[in-house]
Design a protein around this ligand. Structure first.
Ligand SMILES: [Zn+2]
Length: 344
């Protein structure tokens, strides 16, 4: 099965009223963990790479691993997505490489840290939509500024993050013609999100519901949506780690989001925690071992477990066989037809 358009995967998710996890990868074991979880749960899947991941893997390694995944798991609709593209050029390089979906994060300037203006965001996102849709590639944009830093990208805890304004979200979608919209509702990147379990008001779920009411046909995206479960933190600390207590986004809040238009849910930290805990356990319990497979296998298994659990919780499990991927060139003609309608 060829790599799939994210638009198709999210349209199907909207029809079925479920969410699709988007999991970050840097290496082979993480891709294998996701694909095994997808096979076990029969889930369509979005695999995403940040700029940091692309440079870590020299781009080509990652791309060919993704092609291997598509070849080895032909029954799984599989999207290759660029997470937090910082400029039109970065998005273009991903499209040229073969990504089937890109995020243009114009909420920040190309330095990936400084909040931008609305006008800049519209202009950059629109430019990416034009070159992506020509090739059938899906575009995610962002309005509002998320907290936290991931792979060096983000406004950080600087007080510069701000919650998405629904009115501005509507204008942004109209002016850019994007496919999926990341909104800021109080989540942040990284492991340290909240110092106690957050409730629906901390997470501004009402704001999300309001945005969905105004934009019922736009796929919403929740970033920074790891749940940072205590059991994963505990394994790390039990085997010599030093994580401070922290809380992530409760799964039930994500599920509330999914009932209100969230179709893509970004999860990275939980997988990082699972991998690191598993590796620490091997190091502490069997210090005589030195074959990387002795700790990479349990690490891969630990990540697979987390991913499979999220796939069930987000509702994507069981939906892999619902549809066959449409080719990107067919998507390109679909987009072109829509653009003609919009221009009239
Ligand atoms: Zn993000």
């Amino acid at each position: 099965m060829p790599l799939c358009s994210m638009r198709q995967v999210l349209d199907e998710a909207a029809k079925g009223n479920y969410g699709v996890g988007a999991f970050n990868v840097n290496n082979m074991e993480q891709i294998q963990a996701i694909m095994e979880a997808a096979r076990e749960t029969q889930s369509p899947v979005i695999i995403q790479a940040s700029r940091g991941a692309r440079s870590y893997s020299q781009d080509k390694f990652l791309y060919h691993l993704m092609l291997a995944a598509a070849e080895l798991y032909p029954e799984i609709p599989l999207v290759m997505h660029l997470d937090h593209g910082n400029s039109v050029e970065t998005c273009k390089s991903a499209i040229d490489l073969g990504f089937t979906s890109v995020m243009m994060d114009g909420s920040l300037m190309p330095d990936g840290k400084t909040p931008s203006t609305f006008e800049y965001n519209v202009k950059a996102t629109r430019a990416v939509v034009e070159l992506a849709h020509d090739k059938g590639v899906t575009v995610e944009g962002e309005i509002g500024v998320l907290g936290g830093i991931e792979d060096g990208h983000g406004a950080g805890g600087t007080g510069l993050e701000h919650i998405t304004d629904p009115e501005q979200a509507v204008e942004f979608v109209e002016k850019t013609g994007l496919d999926a919209l990341a909104i800021a509702i109080g989540t942040s990147h990284g492991a340290y999100k909240f110092n106690k379990k957050p409730d629906g008001s901390v997470l501004k779920m009402q704001r999300l519901i309001e945005i969905h009411k105004r934009l019922p046909n736009t796929h919403l995206v929740m970033h920074g949506s790891s749940s940072v479960p205590k059991d994963l933190q505990d394994v790390i600390n039990q085997y010599g780690g030093q994580l401070k207590p922290t809380w992530g986004v409760p799964v039930e809040e994500i599920q509330l989001g999914i009932r209100n238009g969230v179709r893509k849910v970004n999860v990275d930290t939980d997988n990082r925690l699972a991998i690191t805990g598993a590796i620490r356990k091997v190091f502490i319990e069997t210090p005589e071992k030195f074959d990387p497979r002795d700790y990479l296998k349990p690490a891969r298994e630990a990540m697979k477990k987390v991913v499979a659990q999220r796939m069930k919780e987000f509702g994507q499990a069981g939906h892999a066989g619902d549809y066959a991927p449409i080719s990107l060139s067919d998507y390109a003609s679909k987009y072109a037809a829509n653009a003609l309608v919009a221009a009239r």
